[in-house]
Design a protein around this ligand. Sequence first.
Ligand code: NAD
Ligand code: LMR
Length: 328
Amino acid sequence: MKTPVTVTVTGAAGNISYSLLFRIAAGEMLGADQPVILKLLEITPCLDKLKGVVMELQDCAFPLVQEIVATDDPAVAFKDANWCMLVGSVPRKQGMERKDLLGINGKVFVGQGKAIAENAAPDCRVFVVGNPCNTNCLIAALNATGMDKKNFFAMTMLDEYRAKSQLAEKAGVPVSAVTNMTIWGNHSSTQYPDFIHAKINGKPVTEVITDTEWLQGEFIKTVQQRGAAIIAARGASSAASAANAALMTVKNLVTPTAEGDWYSVCSYTDGTKYGLPEGIICSQPTRTNADGTYSIVEGLEIDAFSREKIDASCAELLAEKADVAHLA
Ligand code: NAD
Ligand code: LMR
């Protein structure tokens, strides 16, 4: 039997976790032969609710689950963690931008970054879902003294799937026909879903969808505003689709990427690629290598239209970074 992997999930009694935990436990994230230890963190007032989630996990009798720990103590939750999935945060309400949550949520990631550095496995990977996820992730990375910032990620897989699904619908093809979809920048309304490098059945999207006005206008706006549209329609932010994207991000990060393709995830910039400023958590085209490390896809040509969009999103990330300078 493989050595169990310890997965810590914060906000474990919340909506996203209710869709996420059962799929991790079933082996959909790390593999059908990979035992897991689940460590679940909640705030004290939600421990009773978390107890109910644990009872349901137990009642599934998942063969891969070796142990379940439920706690309100970050030191206990992050102990020996191999993966920390930081979901626990307040979601935005209608009319808010995600960055309006920085004042409430940002400080949570100071303590969690420190607790991860002090308690988790040294090569632990940290994946932030709680919004605004890029800058929360940066706060955690900057507070996790001694840890490699390359091991910190934030989620734009949901945006990637939204973009693929819009393109597939417009082209009248199954969503699986859409590949090479990059989300650049921030998981916010400035993100840039890059239709120029994306492909449909191996052909450039722009050869298959010739409605440039739609690609440059409605397509981008729909993807940028999809989270807000869901909040308006559902009265609550995306949960099942967010959990799916979270699970698939980790799966992509641990699975060698198919030849020629890539996926979107936000990672720490080193200032050497695509003119992205150094020291932000920025979404970029990424591949997982055969040895389990990851690389940013290099050599994509960035035209003037894309340059303007990418720069605008990076400028927003730099402004968010300046706003939380006191937390790092
Ligand atoms: P939710 O309110 O249903 O659940 C959040 C849970 O986190 C709650 O149970 C809460 O008690 C817990 N929590 C709060 N502070 C905590 C802390 N310090 N430690 C541990 N737990 C804590 O919210 P949700 O719908 O599950 O969404 C969670 C977050 O994910 C929100 O910030 C939301 O905006 C974000 N989100 C991000 C994406 C993305 O694509 N990156 C997608 C969807 C949602
Ligand atoms: C989403 O994109 O659905 C989430 O980030 C939730 C939100 O606030 O939009």
